[in-house]
Design a protein around this ligand. Structure first.
Ligand code: NAG
Ligand code: NAG
Ligand code: NAG
Ligand code: NAG
Ligand code: NAG
Ligand code: NAG
Ligand code: NAG
Ligand code: NAG
Ligand code: NAG
Ligand code: NAG
Length: 534
């Protein structure tokens, strides 16, 4: 396979693992806030494993996603803007008959075609009305996890519209036996199993799609493995919910360490591309499943077009990156992951016809981004749309859930009540010890300083974005979106409006529908199931 092209032959002779395409491990956090990884400058929740991986690789500093779970996951797996598949609206409800179209080739399906062994651990949230829309029919050889948007961390029960049902499966088998195992630990164990049992004659694709640090079971919301130990560890966080949220993030960080260690023990770490990202910003406050995460200093939360909703934690590690320990400030969108990974494994991406752009060569060289524009979204039901072009953002309409959530929320985590940042913890982390790391204390602090945006909220002019109005923000000089410059720069506002208008032509109306009462778990031994196949 390698010998097909001379170019590849030349690369092959210099690589030890020539016959094997690189493995891909994608770790997806759920509702993790910008300020909830300590490499962005907060001292409140130390994330030494995540930080070590980020500092050793490429920090993707301007990585944009969709503002909510289902649209972001649709964009990730299709490489297309959600407006093309009708997935731009609200997330899929439990028992809602909605799924990705079958004529779109998903990333795992493509990787399967290319000989990858494909695995999903954790959350799906892209529909399950029929068997043939679930993960194992949409490109994954193996799935251990849940089909809905959220479950309890211990009871693995998903609740929506007053209906409750168990939601934990190994492929189609209902895994009652896992009940009471803390979800983050369970998914970590399963991810490690996939890695340790992997047959190296094929390359591995592993998507670890965590529940953490999303709010958990309704009514309980904040769940940690051991509350007493958590109170002791995060004693300095006075807010009860925030302290538990810190514990949820801490478990996520440990999981990252364990996964890196497993790759090391298996002997495949050097040949594995690792990508870490959050699907959207934290839901600090708000009507739907607030988790007390922090997007400080950004404005807004999940479900909004502000930076707090869509500019997210992301980084890549690969031992063979030519540039390491760098902060990449080029524009990147979650749809770019699909073609960029294909680029990384040597596939021609020119004919893919995706909205995503292959940024592999750019990342390898730390070059200029191939992307100048990001469609934030068009939500034709909530009546807002938005676009980023060249460091400017236009929001048409409220860009927010019913014109709420457009303020500033979340702890800065930088004051003296928090323990100082300890680079030794990063050097001493499980992840850093497994990596061929060249980090030093000085380098850690230097990189951390670069990704810390600092308090840019101070100039807030009290502006609101609402229906029938355009907001224009200069993201480079005003990353906190404090000042609406639409009236100062009418020509640019018109120019961006024109660019945004072009996207309306490709809009497929959103197909959100109410849940189907026939999906009620009481008919299926209290489980959520593929109810339209039964
Ligand atoms: C790995 O797969 C190859 C090819 O299918 C097979 O020959 C070999 O026995 C497998 N190894 C293990 C340990 O299962
Ligand atoms: C660490 O190593 C990578 C290559 O492996 C190199 O790009 C980077 O500059 C090194 N960093 C330092 C501080 O030496
Ligand atoms: C993206 O830009 C890099 C240089 O920054 C260039 O090497 C590469 O060919 C470009 N890729 C595409 C798909 O335009
Ligand atoms: C969106 O605009 C339409 C047409 O003006 C209106 O009927 C509808 O109520 C608006 N939707 C929301 C969520 O405000
Ligand atoms: C702005 O939003 C309104 C209401 O959703 C819509 O009718 C209009 O076409 C939008 N304009 C642009 C440039 O997107
Ligand atoms: C939106 O906000 C208005 C006023 O703030 C309120 O009357 C209305 O009920 C809200 N609608 C929703 C769907 O939350
Ligand atoms: C530090 O910030 C926290 C949370 O925002 C706040 O509760 C606390 O009072 C602050 N402590 C000091 C010493 O300023
Ligand atoms: C380094 O980690 C080990 C356990 O992995 C721990 O015993 C030791 O105290 C740590 N050292 C520092 C300086 O944090
Ligand atoms: C980063 O370092 C520079 C130079 O020491 C300093 O001026 C700046 O305030 C630091 N930035 C942050 C966010 O700490
Ligand atoms: C039904 O659910 C119970 C747990 O509530 C489980 O123990 C039992 O095995 C399930 N029965 C079947 C037939 O799946």
């Amino acid at each position: 396979m390698c010998l097909k092209k001379t170019v590849f032959f030349l690369i092959c002779v210099s690589l030890t693992n020539c016959k094997q395409k690189p493995n891909i491990v994608l770790i997806l956090a759920d509702d993790l806030g910008w300020n909830d990884v300590s490499y962005h400058g907060s001292n409140q929740i130390p994330t030494p494993n995540i930080d070590a991986l980020a500092y050793n690789g490429i920090i993707l500093d301007r990585f944009y996603t969709q503002p909510a779970c289902t649209p972001s996951r649709a964009a990730l797996l299709t490489g297309q803007y959600p407006i093309r598949t009708g997935f731009q609206g609200f997330v899929i409800h439990a028992g809602e008959n909605r799924y990705l179209p079958h004529d779109v080739k998903l990333l795992p399906e493509k990787l399967q075609d290319l000989g990858y062994n494909t695995n999903l651990i954790g959350k799906w949230h892209l529909g399950y009305a029929y068997r043939n829309v679930t993960p194992t029919y949409r490109g994954f050889d193996y799935h251990f996890g849940y089909w809905n948007g959220v479950i309890g961390y211990f009871d693995h029960i998903a609740e929506d519209e007053g209906l409750t049902g168990f939601d934990m499966r190994r492929n189609f088998d209902v895994m009652w036996s896992t009940q009471n195992q803390y979800a983050t630990e369970l998914f970590t164990t399963k991810a490690k199993e996939v890695i340790m049992n992997h047959n190296e004659t094929t390359p591995l694709f592993l998507l670890v799609s965590h529940l953490a640090p999303h709010a958990g079971k309704r009514g309980v919301v904040y769940e940690v493995p051991d509350e007493a130990a958590n109170n002791e560890k995060f004693w300095y966080i006075k807010d009860d919910n925030r302290r538990k949220y810190a514990g949820m993030v801490d478990e996520l960080d440990k999981s990252v360490g364990k996964i890196i260690q497993a790759l090391f023990e298996k002997g495949i770490l050097d040949n594995t591309i690792i990508l870490f990202m959050s699907d959207n910003g934290a839901q600090t406050v708000g009507p739907v499943q607030a988790n007390s995460g922090s997007n400080w200093p950004f404005r807004g939360t999940k479900f909004t077009a502000f930076e707090g909703g869509i500019r997210n934690v992301a980084f890549m590690y690969y031992s063979r990156l030519k540039q390491k320990n760098v902060v990449y400030d080029g524009l990147m969108h979650i749809t770019d992951v699909y073609p960029t990974l294909l680029g990384a494994i040597g596939e021609n991406t020119n004919d893919l016809k995706l909205d995503g752009i292959n940024q592999w060569n750019t990342l390898m060289q730390n070059g200029e981004s191939n992307r100048t524009e990001v469609l934030i979204n068009i939500d034709e039901v909530e009546n807002w749309s938005g676009i980023i072009f060249d460091g400017l953002k236009l929001i048409n309409g409220s860009g927010s859930f019913n014109q709420t959530l457009e303020g500033f929320y979340g702890d800065d985590g930088r004051n003296s009540s928090n323990p100082p940042y300890d680079p030794i913890k990063v050097l001493n982390s499980t992840a850093n010890k497994a990596l061929n790391s060249n980090l030093t204390e000085a380098l850690i602090l230097q990189l951390r300083n670069k990704t810390d945006i600092g308090n840019c909220r101070l100039d807030y002019d009290g502006n609101n974005c609402n229906e029938g109005k355009m907001c224009l923000f200069d993201l480079i000089n005003d990353p906190c979106e404090t000042t609406n410059v639409a009236y100062l720069l009418p020509d640019i506002t018109i120019e961006l409006s024109k660019r945004l208008s072009l996207f309306w032509n490709m809009l497929v109306p959103q197909k959100n529908i109410p849940y189907d009462p026939n999906s009620n778990p009481i008919y299926f031994n209290n489980t959520w199931t593929t109810w339209l196949d039964v």
